[in-house]
Write a protein that binds this ligand. Structure first.
Ligand SMILES: Nc1ncnc2c1ncn2[C@@H]1O[C@H](COP(=O)(O)OP(=O)(O)OP(=O)(O)O)[C@@H](O)[C@H]1O
Ligand SMILES: [Mg+2]
Length: 357
C-alpha cells in the first residue's frame, strides 16, 4: 500500500535531498477476472532518480518498464511497495502539474490538428491564452511541424504523431519528464533532435526518465541506467560503472602502415602483451544519413512530412539558474498576482516518510 503520510507528519531534512523519483519494493501483479494472480509484471524494484538526472530504464519486451512508468504516473495502483514522485504521492494533483509524459502509444484525437491538440493540453494545464499560443508556436517549431500544423493528426505518419506527443509532454514546462520510447517510429534526423533535446533538458536541471530500446541513445544521454528483466532490476549504475572494461586499453592513431603495426606488436610482446586487435574504424550510419538529409534540405528539396525544427523553446525553464524565474517576467495576460508555477521543491521529510518501511 502507498503510505498516506502527509507533509505535516514529515520530519524536514531527514532524507537525502533532490530525489525526484523514489520507489521501494515496488510490485505490480495483474490479476484475472477471478482475482487470481496472472502476470507478475514488476517484482519488488527499488529506484532512485535524482533531480537533473537523465535516467535510462531498459529491458526487453515485457520486462515491466511501462508498468513501472504507469505506477509512477498514478495510472496504475501498485500491488505493494511505496512510491514518491517529486516528493509526493503519484496521484497528487500537485505532482501531475509538474510532470510531462509521452506514452509508448500516441493517444491523439485524430480529427484535431497539431495546433488544436497542443491547445487542448495547454487548456488542461490552465495555461493562459497568449502564453499558450506562444508556447505552441515554439513547440511546433521545435518538433518541425509548423508547416503542417493545421492538418488533422489522424493523417500524420507515426513519427509525426510522436513529434506531436513530445510537444504535448512539454507544454506545461515540466520538472520531471517521463518518455516511453520517444524515438520509436522517428526518422534518424528526428531521433537525433530528440536526443539533443533530452540532453539540453538535462543541462537545464530537468529530470528525465527515459525508457527506450535504443541502447546507443542511452549510452549517449543517460547519467544512470537500470536494466530490467522479468519485472526485476538486474543491474543499476552509471554507464561508466556498467560498461567500462578495466582489462582492455584502446589506442587510436592516424592510419599507419603494416610495418609500424608489427613494430608495435614487438614492443607489446616485450611487455608481455600478446593481444593486439587492429581495425580500420567505420563512420556511423547515423552521421552519413544526417549528412545526406542535410544536403537535400539545403538544396531546397520539398517534403510533405516533418521539417527539421530542433530549437529548444525559451519557456522551458533552466532550473539550474536561480535567476531564471526572475529574468522572465510573467506574460501580460497572466492574471494579476499570478506567476508561472515554480518547480516543486522536494520535501525531503515527506519522501522519507513515503518510502520508509
Ligand atoms: N493491463 C495488463 N493486464 C495484464 N497484463 C499486463 C497488462 N499490462 C502489462 N501486462 C503484462 O506485464 C508485463 C510487463 O509489461 P510492460 O508493458 O510493462 O513491458 P515493457 O517492459 O514496457 O515492454 P515493451 O518493451 O514491449 O514496451 C508483460 O508480461 C505484459 O503482458
Ligand atoms: Mg513498454
Amino acid at each position: 500500500m502507498i503510505s498516506t503520510a502527509s507533509a505535516s507528519q514529515a520530519t524536514p531534512g531527514t532524507a537525502a535531498d533532490g530525489i525526484d523519483i523514489k520507489c521501494v519494493s515496488l510490485t505490480k501483479t495483474f490479476r484475472d477476472f477471478w482475482m487470481r494472480p496472472r502476470v507478475r509484471a514488476v517484482e519488488g524494484i527499488d529506484l532512485e532518480v535524482r533531480r537533473g538526472q537523465v535516467y535510462g530504464l531498459l529491458g526487453p519486451n515485457g520486462s515491466g518498464k511501462s508498468t513501472t512508468i504507469k505506477m509512477l504516473l498514478g495510472l496504475l495502483a501498485p500491488t505493494s511497495g511505496r512510491i514518491a514522485v517529486l516528493g509526493r504521492r503519484p496521484r497528487d494533483v500537485a505532482t501531475k502539474k509538474h510532470v510531462g509524459y509521452l506514452p509508448e502509444e500516441s493517444y491523439l484525437y485524430r480529427f484535431l490538428s497539431a495546433r488544436e491538440t497542443l491547445d487542448y493540453y495547454g487548456r488542461l494545464f490552465k495555461i493562459p491564452g497568449r502564453m499558450r499560443r506562444e508556447r505552441i508556436d515554439m513547440l511546433l517549431e521545435m518538433v518541425g511541424l509548423q508547416a503542417v500544423e493545421h492538418r488533422p493528426v489522424g493523417e500524420f505518419s507515426k513519427g509525426m504523431q510522436r513529434r506531436v506527443g513530445l510537444a504535448q509532454s512539454l507544454i506545461n514546462d515540466p520538472q520531471l519528464l517521463i518518455l516511453d520510447e520517444p524515438t520509436s517510429g522517428m526518422d534518424p534526423v528526428g531521433a537525433r533532435q530528440i536526443k539533443d533535446l533530452i540532453a539540453d533538458l538535462g543541462r537545464r536541471g530537468k529530470t528525465v526518465l527515459l525508457c527506450t530500446h535504443q541502447l546507443s541513445d542511452v549510452e549517449d544521454l543517460c547519467d544512470r541506467v537500470a536494466i530490467m528483466f522479468g519485472g526485476k532490476v538486474r543491474a543499476e549504475g552509471t554507464c561508466d560503472e556498467l560498461l567500462s572494461q578495466e582489462n582492455l586499453t584502446n589506442l587510436q592513431t592516424d592510419a599507419i602502415p603494416e610495418a609500424v603495426v608489427e613494430e608495435i606488436r614487438g614492443v607489446l610482446a616485450r611487455h608481455g602483451v600478446d593481444h593486439l586487435a587492429v581495425e580500420r574504424p567505420r563512420r556511423r550510419l547515423e552521421s552519413l544519413f544526417l549528412e545526406i538529409v542535410d544536403k537535400a534540405r539545403s538544396e531546397g528539396t520539398d517534403t510533405s512530412g516533418a521539417r527539421s525544427g530542433g530549437h529548444i523553446p525559451d519557456f522551458l525553464r533552466d532550473v539550474t539558474r536561480p535567476d531564471d524565474a526572475i529574468a522572465r517576467q510573467p506574460e501580460p495576460d497572466v492574471p494579476a498576482g499570478e506567476t508561472q508555477p515554480a518547480p516543486p521543491k522536494v520535501d525531503d521529510g515527506l519522501i522519507d516518510s513515503l518510502v520508509k518501511r
